[in-house]
Design a protein around this ligand. Structure first.
Ligand SMILES: Nc1nc2c(ncn2[C@@H]2O[C@H](COP(=O)(O)OP(=O)(O)O)[C@@H](O)[C@H]2O)c(=O)[nH]1
Ligand SMILES: [Mg+2]
Length: 204
């Protein structure tokens, strides 16, 4: 059974809990506890493979101050970053989260391959109050090599399902790439050691 850990991040009120609960239960309740963080677990069949899924839905994160994300970056195999299309500050926060995740690839975390990220513009049903254009979301996603969609947790159950399924599929594909890189990395290291020590032995 494969195990997948997904973190749903974004500013307070963007709809992280609404999206997560919609995916897990099909329901849109309307109000969600915002003072507790949750890790939901679910067994599902993804492309014929039994998968144990864990979804991290944090309690609200500070909009200001340095984003650490250290625990999330250690824990998660991939991320869904949510903003509210009717709230520009939530888009700025999503951007900061995305940059933090992408810089972690270069920094101390030195991941083998970049973590899959799905950028989601939520509350599409509020498009009459739109503050963030579809193009802006799409552009940010393209520039940072992540997938993108706009949807409404309130009104689009099927889109929510499709988004999570794509996000999970991306993570499992990423596992395979990581495995390949690791094994070809260790093969080339073996070759290098062999050639160095092989040469030495000959010269003695
Ligand atoms: N109109 C609309 N409201 C939404 C949607 N998704 C979430 N909400 C509302 O936005 C508020 C914040 O949602 P919540 O999931 O608690 O946000 P979180 O803080 O990111 O977990 C709640 O009142 C939700 O009912 C949506 O797609 N459309
Ligand atoms: Mg919440």
């Amino acid at each position: 059974m494969s195990e997948v850990k997904l973190a749903v991040l974004g500013s307070e009120g963007a709809g992280k809990s609404a999206l997560t609960v919609r995916f897990l239960t099909r329901r849109f309740i309307g109000e969600y506890a915002s003072n507790s963080e949750c890790i939901y677990t679910k067994h599902l069949c993804l492309d014929g493979r039994q998968t144990h899924l864990e979804i991290y839905d944090p309690c609200s994160q500070p909009r200001k101050g340095k984003l650490s994300l250290t625990n999330e970056l250690h824990w998660a195999d991939g991320f869904v970053i949510v903003y509210d299309i009717s709230d520009r500050t939530s888009f700025a926060f999503a951007k900061a989260l995305l940059y933090r995740i992408r810089e972690s690839h270069l920094g101390a975390f030195k991941k083998v391959v970049e973590s899959p990220v799905f950028l989601v513009g939520n509350k599409q049903d509020l498009c009459h109050m739109r503050e963030v254009g579809w193009n802006e979301g799409q552009k940010l996603a393209m520039e940072n090599k992540c997938q993108f969609c706009e949807l409404s947790a309130a009104e689009h159950y099927q889109e929510v399902m499709t988004m999570f399924t794509k996000a999970l599929r991306n993570i499992t594909t990423n596992f395979k790439v990581k495995e390949k890189r690791r094994s070809s990395g260790s093969k080339s290291m073996a070759k290098l050691i062999n050639s160095v020590f092989g040469k030495r032995r000959k010269s003695v």
